[in-house]
Design a protein around this ligand. Structure first.
Ligand code: 13P
Length: 253
């Protein structure tokens, strides 16, 4: 099954308005005429609408880095799906390991975010991944299964085909220590099988599963050549237009 590659730049807590506009413009320039892959940027909330102006008509899509499940109300510090849509976003990253680890977001809360995004027509990008201790303790598949099953609780097949999953081993994030292509492929295949069991094979065949964790210009080609790796969720290397450009223009080896 041929799935359309998806390259996501997660800018995390970086960029002022000026930095963001320059970076977005540079990235958008390199995406003109790209027809066989999707590029999505996830800037901080504060610059989302300015970045939307910079990438208008270029085909580059935007995501929020998190999202609440309510349209509005007394939820200090949160952002609603309607606000994300209003600012030009089409998707939302949910369950990033930094949200799980630093801000103690658990699977139940993350599931509310996933369902909230879907209810308002945003594509959730649900992140999962094990810590180094969990990997070394032989817990990787158990942890991933738990995160996927509870993160997707209540999500129907019609929504599932739109949902994006991202495997980001915590030990590979920001450490320069990428999972090998074999390690990544093994977990991606596990996730696709799991989704096939929870839904149907046809659903599992359609969903895009991204790899994240120290993706760089020099490892993207090998990662993208793996059968079950459909794209990348990039942190550090997405903050530099040149390196993200190289990642966007990967060629399988
Ligand atoms: P790095 O690419 O900086 O390792 O970050 C990965 C990540 O967390 C993307 O969401």
């Amino acid at each position: 099954m041929k799935r359309r590659p998806l390259l996501v730049g997660n800018w995390k807590m970086h960029t002022t308005v000026l930095d963001a506009c320059h970076l977005a413009a540079d990235i958008a320039k390199t995406c003109l005429g790209l027809e066989d892959r999707d590029v999505l940027l996830a800037p901080p909330f504060t610059v989302l609408s300015q970045v939307a102006h910079m990438v208008a008509e270029t085909g580059v899509l935007l995501a929020a880095q998190n999202v609440c499940w309510e349209a509005q109300g007394a939820f200090t510090g949160e952002i609603s799906p309607l606000m994300v849509l209003d600012a030009g976003g089409a998707a939302a990253i949910v369950g990033h390991s930094e949200r799980r680890q630093i801000f103690h977001e658990d699977n139940v809360l993350i599931n509310k975010r996933v369902r909230g995004a879907l209810a308002f027509g945003l594509v959730p990008i649900l992140c999962v991944g094990e810590t180094l201790d969990e990997r070394e303790g032989g817990q990787t598949f158990k942890i991933i299964e738990e995160q996927i099953r509870s993160g997707l609780a209540g999500v129907v097949a019609a929504d599932m085909v739109e949902t994006v999953l991202a495997y980001e081993p915590v030990w590979a994030i920001g450490t320069g220590k990428t999972a090998t292509k074999e390690q990544a492929q093994e977990v991606h295949a596990f996730i696709r099988n799991l989704v096939a069991g929870m839904y149907e094979k046809d659903v599992a065949d359609q969903i895009r599963i991204l790899y994240g964790g120290s993706v760089k210009p020099d490892n993207i080609d090998a990662l993208m050549a793996q059968d079950d790796i459909d794209g990348a969720l990039v942190g550090g290397a997405a903050l530099n237009a040149e390196s993200f450009e190289r990642i966007i223009h990967f060629h399988k080896i």
